[in-house]
Design a protein around this ligand. Sequence first.
Ligand code: HEM
Length: 143
Amino acid sequence: GLTTAQRAAIQNNWATVNANMQEMGDALFMRYLLANPGDIQFFPKFASAGVGAQLRSNEAFQEQTLTVFQFLGQIVAKLADLDAAGKMLQERVHSHKPRGITMAQFERLLDLLPRFLQENAGAHGPCADAWRVAIANLMPYMR
Ligand code: HEM
């Protein structure tokens, strides 16, 4: 599990994300889609915009990234109860399955998060490491 200090590191840093959530969501998804360009096809509502600078001004894209980050915020708020957080994530994995999206996609997105927060949200090393521990604890719920 997470230590109290690890949970505090994640939750305190998330305030920085909250202050700029749209921007953060857009930037993480850009990073994800640049690394996995084919995955834009999962999103009919903005696939035609293509993976490029113009995507960031696409309203459907923005709505999607904000939705995901708001959800991640709920996970962050629940980290004291990893089982509850894991079950929330499990529901999302189930809701994505009919769209052909698997745990592999979730894992690739979450894998980007610790370094992303270091580079974009001022997270320090221990915070990034705490995220790695949290993700490792949540991963079994997504299988
Ligand atoms: C919709 C969360 C990763 C594709 C949603 C929704 C949430 C969500 C809350 C709206 C409710 C629902 O349908 O369940 C997350 C979280 C993720 C994640 C927390 C990772 C930690 C991904 C990835 C992809 C993806 C990696 C594709 C590569 C979609 C699609 C929709 C969706 C296609 C429906 C969009 C629409 O047409 O409105 N996601 N998602 N998601 N997500 Fe995810």
